[in-house]
Ligand binder design. Structure first.
Ligand code: NIG
Ligand code: FE
Length: 405
């Protein structure tokens, strides 16, 4: 009998998400490929087998009776690395100020840019690491992280290097995104800054970023400027992503399809035409319900319509100083209770489809033979508990790369 490193036995539900290795749409999102009384065997960081009553000798056996076992959460949209905090903005939000009002008042991204420019490397690393620890504790085993609080070459690179250091020294895998075009710094005009991003920053992202993102929004970067930056990013091998139609519809959804982006994120205000183009091109729609929650907005992204139109949907925290949340369990709760996604859809969106949205579905996002053993064990009898039992951390055991962390 073969000896494995870890054998997890008798899970009430083993959620494998086994299925076609491409972004799941419509009804496919509801098929979690659950094995009841399921077991999973892990060796050398890799999944050896999933099934019932697996026959292996194991160095460690975990009895998962009564529990749910599933892939670690993948959080595909975070602004993990920033300095300081903006809790003072809550009073302004309560007075009715909008996100853009707060930005104009000296809060928002501008404020965090000041703090992040000032922060020493070690301090930025330390502050960000605490958040990454929190993510892991709540079951996130892989995340994406963006630059974007530097808005000058030196600080944008400082952030990307911090992401790299975190990735090298922390169990959570981090996929880096260059978001130099997150806002326009005070000292530059928009066109001067677009030129700086393209001519000075992008050439220096080599080896430090996989994706290029822009905040395509009224009053920030126009669709034309966004397109110019994302096309330039492609020349440096960076795959496009877009912050699209978060506050105003600027046809960001259509732009994502036109430019061949891997994902378009937010999509609160997107028009149907753009969403249909996304569906046609297979652009993943990343929903970030933490953002409207933190902004006390009444409306969330129309996830039901977006799914019905055939857009593959993923979920993410958007962790940032405006929406400070590391916990994907809470995001799933918001997705179900406020966006009317079903528990199964929300789980697919937080694991497999999330992995697709950062190009990692070959190795993570589902529990299948040969895939990386990134697994969480939750203290709940079935997957419907995830949006149902809220306000506690349901994750009990986290296995990253085949090791209990
Ligand atoms: O995705 N909208 C742009 N960027 C972030 C917020 C950044 C901030 O407010 O600091 C977002 O919501
Ligand atoms: Fe964001």
């Amino acid at each position: 009998m073969e000896t494995v490193d870890i054998l997890i036995k008798n899970a009430n539900e083993l959620i494998t998400l086994k299925g076609p290795n491409k972004p799941r749409t419509k009804k496919e999102m509801s098929n979690l490929s659950i094995i009841k009384k399921g077991s999973i065997a892990i060796k050398n960081g890799i999944i050896v087998e999933t099934g019932k009553n697996l026959k292996y000798k194991a160095k460690k056996i975990i009895d998962a009776t009564g529990k749910t076992v599933m892939p670690g959460f993948v959080d595909p949209h975070t602004h993990l690395v920033f300095a300081g905090s903006r809790e003072f903005e809550l009073d302004w939000k309560l007075q009715g100020l909008s996100y853009m009002d707060i930005l104009k008042k000296g809060g928002g991204i501008t404020y965090t840019v000041k703090e992040t420019r000032k922060a020493k490397d070690a301090d930025l690393l330390k502050q960000s690491r605490i958040r990454l620890d929190n993510m892991l504790r709540y079951g996130t085993t892989t995340c994406e992280a963006k630059s974007g609080y530097g808005l000058n070459t030196e600080t944008e690179l400082k952030i990307l290097k911090t992401i790299k250091k975190l990735n090298d020294n922390h169990p959570v895998d981090i996929i880096p995104t260059f978001l130099g075009a997150h806002a326009v710094p005070k000292e530059k005009s928009t066109s001067e800054y677009v030129d700086l991003v393209i001519n000075e920053m992008l050439p220096k992202t080599k080896g430090l970023a996989k994706f290029c993102d822009v905040f395509c929004e009224k009053g920030v970067f126009t669709p034309n400027q966004s397109k110019k930056i994302l096309e330039a990013g492609k020349k440096y091998g960076l795959i496009p992503k877009i912050h699209a139609d978060e506050i105003v519809d600027t046809c960001g959804a259509a732009l994502s399809a036109e430019i061949g982006a891997i994902s378009a994120d937010h999509l609160l205000m997107s028009n149907d035409k753009g969403l249909k183009q996304m569906a046609k091109k297979g652009v993943i729609g990343v929903m970030l319900p933490g953002t409207p929650f933190s902004l006390m907005m009444r409306d969330y992204a129309p996830a039901r319509k977006i799914i019905d139109l055939g857009v593959p949907v993923a979920l993410a925290t958007d962790l940032n100083p405006n929406c400070w949340i590391e916990n994907m369990q809470f995001i799933i709760q918001l997705a179900c209770l406020n966006m009317k996604m079903t528990p199964a859809e929300a789980i697919c969106a937080s694991t497999f489809n999330a992995a697709c949205s950062i190009g990692l579905n070959d190795t993570i996002g589902s529990l299948e033979k040969g895939k990386q053993a990134d697994i969480i064990i939750l203290d709940m009898p079935n997957h419907k508990f995830l949006p149902y039992h809220f306000g506690v951390n349901l994750v009990e055991i986290i296995i990253k790369n085949g090791r209990i962390v």
